[in-house]
Design a protein. Structure first.
Lengths: 336, 883
């Protein structure tokens, strides 16, 4: 590991001031330190947010009960705390709880933070190997395209088929969550999470998100609580591993029909993949099992798996079907 | 009806009404389990069982015991004395455990030397390329750098048993991990920086990564010349290992059913908790002290001495010291380039140099377990008896030869001897490619081929309609059998293992029920499966000497200091050895101190492999103990009476009510009337009298501090009764005894996701007497965890020779979550005549049959058969789709 300076931020102001060129923010450090040790990241300064306990809570958003105002989740909320939220009282958080509960390992969940999880580096073993050049690291070409690509994208990629690695991102996107952040200039901004994620590539640059450099995420805002969510994933290993595929669904019923639906797939694309076709097929309907399966199948017809990724289309379809069924079931229970 | 009496090997008397006459020869020396099985088959109920100590019942044992060397101590027989076992067989914590759990144990990572430098290696950036130039000038100019070495500024140090590898490569690289340059610097960071400053110019060469392609005449040659400089024509390693017994054509004729298939296993990593590393240091006379992770200190000494010679240090010696190891699993069976490079750096700089592998480096630059492609054909006759087994193994050796290349020699054992098979045809081929070169791992060739044999047997069962467990029972090995390779089966509990596994799995109900439920439309399907193993249990002779030496030194205080050349790497060797010494000698285990393994102080040992540690160490210790007891008791015959009189005097002074003995003390001090137990020497016929026992230390001091005094230090050298096989013909009794076992498993397959969940497992192991149940439990369950990894998760993935998953985030080993199922452990009731206290080796077997047992259960559940490991959800889904 290269030598680097370390500074512990005492409060948000302090953290903002300490951020300068060559500095990186450290929250739980799980992703960050791993990359530094592997030699793919060389910050000059680490600004540690670890002791900012103000950013570790869940706050109700202001607003009256009628408009179903949601929550601000602190950026430094631990995944273990998210895994313990009361999903019975708040069905909107059910999927989020499931996604957090299955992430990584118990040790990691006690350390990893919400913002860190959302902004973690994408999955691609070539990206994390300092010895392998590729266009995303300033070299040329993409070894994954013709090489070992079982974890790579099957949807929505351009020249760099990484996959977004966050378990929490699909369900938060489905809840239309916003990132609230403070720029280096000290301005507070709010932007939709699923808009902030971008597919890396020649045209867009090689970042996987558009959070401005040096900006500090302070909260993740879930605007409303009147949606019901479900998250389903398939894992090879139950622990110390990422899922093979996942799907998150948020929906709202009105008079027994789907009045609003958001579906996102995880582990299949450089960003959480919005399942627009499935959403379109189900919106306004009173679907049954068959319709869910059909909608999921339609979504995956666009899959373009690389040589080792064909299994993902099938699994992803299954995750989406199961997540739709589960969300539907929960929504109906919730109506009663 | 008459009453019959039979006695089992452990002197258990079984009495029953019977029409039976003599005990059939094959049941002599068998255990209660076998005897009762025989009674039952003959329709006799056992009436009474009781322990018998009468000596005439031991006669049954004579035929087997007759084989034993003269004077060799045996359980309960040392110095003609019936001895009690207190520590062997008992659950006891390991002696090294307190230091480990309190963080006091020093691993190579913790060690440091004054003035020590750090080494780092520059590895190849190509799988196959000519080295055009190496520019080290910028590295040399860096502050803090003390030496920069390449193949061009160092003597040529050849390594590997085929001498086809070089510590630092010249001219050409043949794999990604090839070492082209190395640096010693004052810190690891500076060393790494310097390595990054080295510039190497290459001319890429065509490369080959598939062993079948490497066999083609047009394939690029990995080695143009052999070690003697003769031109090579192909990529096949110059090694021959095969076997041919019986008439294959006739056997095929006889076979009613034949099953054939191609099976594959991937390259996997040993994944030790403690990564590798070493420190090399020279004294002013040019002698080397090498401290590092090795399982073969004495063969390493030989290798390093050869290197010293190549370095011009003729007549100098390498001393090898082994620190505490955080697991080895075969990684320490060969010497490695990084070790020679560290030695070269230490020599060049005149300073101690340390090299340590990070996890990623260990994944990328050390030798993993070798892959294999196995073609198998087996046949059975009308009665379900095996007619023949034909196997061809093709191994991708990678770029250089290490012990992975010798897997076919160990495969010989299961190929010829797992179940009774009269006709065996076995061929093997090992071929160079530009992949990473491979070496040993736990089980060494055995799991690779057992995967094929046991899966294929289930295919035969499926074809013939015969129950898979019944098929195995009909072909089960037995004591007294001589296998096609000449393996002499002394003890064998395989039948018991099969029966217990079947019973524990509820095989008779579940197996047919699951098969019938295959067609149901439930998403989750369950199944049961099993597989067996044979492994060397009395060491494995693969080298000219298969011996182990030991020195026991008893000091003035009754402490036993042990110098043994084998390596404790976490497997529990020291626990077994200290219990054996305690029971053998009559001391408590806390009096046993086992020294660090060091070639300067320990006698020779071939290495800690082949599950031989406890078997060899305890046997050697028992030889030494016999000599110590003999000498001690001989002294007692002269000097003990004197000590007893002093004892009596003291007791009389202390205690007014003490009544001095009236017997003739001198007469009581007969040589056969002494025994030692729990650090006390005593008269056997007065065992309960306080005056008749003297603390061992006191006796030892009396022996020492007198005119013509003496102390007890006894070396012993144990060489097991086995043969070095003729590898080409595949003939020879390679082990003194063989270990057997069966594993059974119940699984559930989610047919939509392809995910396989293990519900429970059974492991029945025949390893003779269990020396330490707790330690063995750790070995077996640890083995099963590795077996589960092999079956479902692990694979070193490569793209054109480069490893793409060199870290635990992408290389999947099972965690506690994956091991979260009950495991029923059973140990067969056997006693091996050659084993110390009747025990056989049990280090490796845990992982041997796990994968085929799991696959057989998956087939039972949903009818698919996957022939390449690991069985991932992707493969399950693909197979289900094809069905
Ligand atoms: C073995 C293993 C298995 C795993 N399995 C899973 C899994 O199943 N699912 C899953 O989702 N993840 C998984 N992970 C990833 C893990 O969850 C993430 O690494 C972790 O959540 C990152 O959070 P952190 O707080 O440690 O972030 P850090 O490592 O501290 O930071 C990550 C990134 O976010 C930036 N950052 C952090 N906080 C802020 C902030 N407030 N404002 C702006 N930028 C910020 C950092 O600068 C850095 O770039 C796994 C990791 C491992 C090692
Ligand atoms: S997927 Fe992207 S990061 Fe990975 S190798 Fe290709 S270009 Fe590089």
């Amino acid at each position: 590991m290269n030598p680097f300076a370390y500074a512990r931020a005492t409060n948000l102001e302090d953290a903002c001031q300490k951020m300068k060129a060559g500095a990186l923010l450290k929250a739980g450090g799980i992703d960050l330190l791993g990359r530094m040790k592997r030699g793919t990241l060389h910050p000059e300064l680490l600004v540690d947010l670890g002791s900012l306990d103000k950013m570790e809570g869940i706050d109700d958003l202001e607003g009256d009960a009628a408009n179903q105002a949601g929550w601000d989740l602190g950026a430094l909320l631990k995944l273990a705390d998210l895994a313990a939220v009361d999903a019975t009282t708040h069905p909107a958080l059910a999927g989020l709880r499931e996604a957090a509960l299955n992430t990584a390992t118990p040790q990691i969940r006690n350390r990893a933070t919400l913002a860190g999880n959302l902004l973690q580096s994408p999955r691609c073993w070539y990206l994390h190997d300092p010895e392998v050049p590729c266009e995303s690291k300033g070299g040329q070409g993409c070894p994954a395209m013709t090489g070992r690509n079982e974890h790579h994208a099957i949807l929505g990629y351009d020249s760099c088929p990484v996959t977004n690695a966050s378990n929490l991102a699909p369900v938060l996107c489905a809840l239309d969550a916003r990132l609230v952040y403070r720029t280096v200039e000290g301005k507070q901004e709010e932007e939709r999470l699923h808009v902030l994620y971008t597919a890396p590539g020649k045209k867009t640059g090689f970042s996987t998100h558009r959070v401005p450099e040096g900006a500090i995420v302070t909260a993740i805002r879930i605007p409303r609580r009147d949606l019901v969510t479900a998250h389903v994933e398939i894992r090879h290993k139950k622990s110390y591993d990422w899922p093979l595929c996942s799907a998150a669904v948020a929906l709202r019923l009105q008079e027994g029909k789907i009045a609003e639906i958001h579906c996102f797939l995880g582990s299949v694309a450089p960003t959480p993949h919005r399942a627009r076709f499935a959403e379109g097929l189900l919106m306004g309907k009173k679907p049954g099992q068959e319709a869910f399966a059909k909608a999921a199948a339609r979504e995956l017809t666009q899959a373009k798996p690389l040589s080792e990724g064909a299994y993902k289309a099938k699994m992803s379809q299954l995750c989406l079907t199961r997540a739709l069924e589960e969300a539907w079931k929960r929504a109906k229970e919730n109506q009663r | 009806m008459m009453v019959g009496t039979w006695v089992d090997r452990r002197n258990l008397r079984l009495e029953c009404q019977s029409h039976l006459g003599h005990l059939p020869a094959h049941l002599r020396r068998r255990t209660r389990y076998h005897l009762i099985g025989w009674f039952k088959r003959e329709g006799v109920a056992v009436i009474r069982e009781e322990r018998s100590m009468s000596s005439d019942t031991l006669k049954l044992d004579e035929d087997i015991r007759g084989r034993k060397e003269e004077g060799k101590p045996d359980e309960g027989k040392e110095s003609g004395v019936q001895r009690e076992r207190r520590y062997v067989g008992a659950d006891r914590p390991r002696p090294e455990a307190p230091d480990k759990v309190t963080g006091k144990t020093l691993y190579i990572h913790d060690l440091t030397r004054p003035g020590m430098l750090w080494g780092k290696i520059k590895h190849s950036e190509h799988a196959h390329a000519r080295i055009k130039s190496i520019d080290t000038s910028r590295a040399e100019a860096l502050d803090g750098v003390r030496a920069v070495l390449t193949g061009y500024n160092t003597p040529e140090v050849r390594i590997g048993f085929l001498r086809d590898n070089f510590a630092l490569k010249r001219d050409k690289v043949r794999q990604y991990r090839d070492e082209v340059a190395a640096v010693a610097a004052i810190s690891p960071e500076i060393a790494q920086q310097a390595v990054d400053l080295i510039e190497v110019e290459y001319e890429p060469l065509p490369a080959v990564f598939d062993p079948v392609e490497a066999l083609e005449p047009s394939a690029p040659l990995i080695h143009e010349r052999d070690a003697l400089g003769r031109p090579r024509e192909d990529n096949v390693l110059a090694m021959e290992c095969g076997h041919e017994s019986g008439d294959l054509a006739a056997a095929r004729e006889r076979a009613r059913w034949i099953a054939e298939g191609n099976y594959r296993v991937p390259v996997i990593q040993q994944a030790c908790m403690g990564t590798a590393g070493c420190i090399a240091e020279f004294d002013a006379r040019g002698n080397l002290t090498f401290t590092g992770k090795t399982q073969i200190p004495f063969l390493a000494q030989k290798d390093f001495n050869q290197a010293l010679k190549a370095m011009g240090l003729i007549g100098n010696n390498a001393r090898v010291v082994v620190p505490a190891l955080g697991g080895a699993f075969g990684t320490g069976l060969d010497t490695h380039c990084y070790e020679y490079i560290t030695i070269l750096l230490a020599h060049r700089t005149g300073r101690p140099v340390k090299m340590l592998m990070s996890r990623e480096e260990e994944f990328a630059y050390l030798s993993p377990r070798q892959s294999a492609r196995v073609h198998i054909e087996q046949g059975i006759d009308e009665d379900g008896r095996l007619t023949h087994r034909k196997i061809h193994v093709l191994q991708d050796n990678g770029a250089y030869a290490s012990w992975g290349a010798t897997f076919p020699t160990v495969m010989l054992l299961p190929v010829t001897s797992l179940y009774k098979v009269p006709v065996v045809h076995y061929t093997s081929q090992c071929v160079y490619t530009n992949n990473t070169y491979c070496q040993a791992m736990r089980g060494y060739g055995n799991p690779e081929v057992t995967w094929a044999i046991e899966c294929n047997l289930d295919e035969l069962a499926e074809q013939s309609g015969l129950d898979a467990l019944e098929l195995r029972k009909r072909n089960c090995n037995e004591p007294g059998e001589v296998t096609p390779m000449g393996g002499k089966v002394t003890s064998c509990g395989l039948m018991e293992c099969l029966e217990v596994t079947g019973k524990q799995l509820a095989w008779e109900e579940k197996r047919p029920a699951s098969q019938a439920a295959r067609a149901s439309d439930s998403v989750r399907k369950r199944g049961v499966g099993l597989a067996s193993l044979i492994h060397v249990g009395g060491s494995g002779r693969i080298y000219r000497s298969d011996a182990s030496g030991i020195i026991l030194k008893v000091d003035d205080f009754g402490n036993v200091n042990v110098s043994y050349g084998g390596v404790e790497m976490g497997q529990g060797l020291h626990a077994a050895l200290s219990a054996a010494i305690a029971d053998g000698l009559g001391v408590t285990p806390d009096k046993v101190f086992i020294n660090a393994t060091d070639t300067a102080t320990c006698p020779w040992d071939v290495g800690t492999h082949a599950s031989r540690g406890a078997f060899m160490a305890c046997n050697a210790a028992l030889l030494s103990i016999a000599k110590i007891r003999e000498r001690l008791l001989a002294f007692c015959a002269e000097g003990f009476a004197e000590l007893l009189r002093k004892n009596i005097q003291t007791l009389s002074k202390k205690d007014a009510s003490f009544e001095p003995p009236t017997i003739d003390i001198d007469a009581a001090c007969r040589p056969d009337n002494f025994d030692i137990l729990d650090n006390q020497v005593f008269l056997r016929d007065q065992a309960h009298e306080p005056w008749a026992r003297v603390e061992l230390g006191k006796v030892l001091r009396a022996m020492h501090f007198r005119q013509g005094g003496d102390m007890l230090t006894e070396p012993a050298f144990y060489d097991p009764p086995s043969d070095l096989p003729d590898w080409r013909r595949g003939i020879g009794n390679m082990s003194a005894t063989y270990t057997y076992g069966t594993q059974g498993v119940e699984i559930e397959v989610d047919t939509e996701t392809g995910v396989v969940t293990i519900l429970r497992m059974v492991s029945a192991l025949d390893c003779g007497t269990v020396l330490n149940p707790k330690a063995l439990q750790g070995q077996v369950i640890g083995g099963i965890a590795q077996g589960v990894g092999y079956a479902l998760y692990e694979e070193v993935k490569m793209q054109e020779g480069r490893i793409t998953n060199p870290s635990f985030t992408d290389y999947k080993i099972p965690t506690a979550h994956e091991m979260n199922f009950p495991i029923h452990l059973h140990y067969a009731d056997t006693y091996d005549p050659e084993g110390p206290f009747g025990s056989k080796g049990a280090g490796e077997p845990g992982l041997v049959p796990t994968a085929p047992a799991i696959m057989n259960a998956i087939t039972n559940a949903c009818g698919i058969r996957i022939r390449s490991l690991p069985i991932t959800p992707e493969k399950v889904l693909a197979a289900l789709k094809q069905r």
